[in-house]
Write a protein of this length. Structure first.
Length: 293
């Protein structure tokens, strides 16, 4: 019998070929494929069909608020932020085993979608991931001003053109991740209420599905936490408004949600069975590292 190894054929599939295949299915060019674009409120590749059961332990890496263009503002340069994120990419490339994905929570840029610097900053941000290992896809979760401050129709359209849907679900090793755009819960103008309602209905439908056909775990990814210390704490700039929180958090608990990963502040908050994991921005971590050096 002829076997491929007897014929001297190398049938190993190179990781870049896998990425190119994934990119074509996701409607993206290979250059863009490090960042997964959500479509129909889900991510390509990380589907329940492929990832609905746990085969092995995994981890992911979280980066918060790279804010390209912040250091040089009002000058148009992203060099400082690019250097920092390139360090992160180098560290990730050397990790063994590799993380299943890199989670980047906004804000990605200092500029908002209506600023002339926005698209150059977005392109600079995306370009860093060209050097990221093909084995580590990038999952982006919308930050407070990534769709405008407050969110606008033009801002949402610009965001979705660059990154896909601003809320979505995906699966890794039996764990269902739900990514939220919490800017709809903060500083929202009346014309944008329909987006908040649509996202909330989507979230509630996912939570109901989970009660019927439970995943191993449900993890929420969002920039602003529901609360910092307790569910009934007062509303402030660093949490979601109390009435909304008291409406939604019980539904999270009922669906057995245990963890919410958030950004911009450091710390852990836990009330009942819900744990809020809060991570500082990339800029703050860099400042702390510089101080310790």
């Amino acid at each position: 019998m002829l076997r491929p190894d007897n014929l001297g054929l190398n049938l190993e599939i190179h990781p870049d070929a896998l990425v190119m295949n994934q990119a074509s299915r996701a409607g993206k060019t290979p250059e863009e494929s490090r960042i997964l674009k959500a479509k129909d409120y889900k991510l390509p590749v990380f589907t329940r069909y492929r990832e609905g059961t746990c085969k092995e332990v995994f981890y992911f890496v979280q980066v918060v608020a790279p804010k390209f263009g912040l250091a040089a503002h009002p000058e148009e340069s992203c060099d400082a932020e690019k250097r920092v994120l390139e360090k992160v990419v180098n560290i990730l490339n050397n990790m063994r085993p590799k993380p299943r994905f890199l989670l980047v929570q906004g804000n990605y840029t200092n500029a908002s979608p209506n600023d002339k610097e926005y698209f150059p900053q977005i392109e600079s941000f995306k370009s860093v991931f060209e050097n990221l290992s093909a084995e580590i896809p990038v999952v982006c979760v919308c930050g407070p001003t990534d769709c405008g401050n407050p969110p606008t129709l033009d801002g949402i359209e610009a965001y979705r053109n660059s990154f896909g849907d601003d809320w979505f679900a995906f699966w890794v090793e039996g764990v269902q991740f739900l990514a939220m755009n919490t800017s709809y819960y903060k500083n929202l103008i009346a014309d944008m209420e329909s987006f908040k309602t649509e996202q909330q209905e989507w979230l509630e439908s996912k939570l109901l599905e989970a009660q019927v056909n439970p995943p191993k775990q449900i993890v929420l990814l969002q920039t602003t936490p529901w609360f910092r210390k307790s569910i009934d704490e007062e509303t402030d700039t660093d949490n979601i408004e109390l009435n909304t929180r008291q409406e939604i958090v019980p539904k999270l608990l009922e669906a057995n949600v245990k963890y919410v990963f958030t950004g911009n502040l450091n710390g852990l908050g836990k009330d009942k069975e819900l744990e809020i994991v809060q991570t500082s921005s990339l800029k703050k971590l860099e400042e702390l590292q510089s101080t310790s050096d």
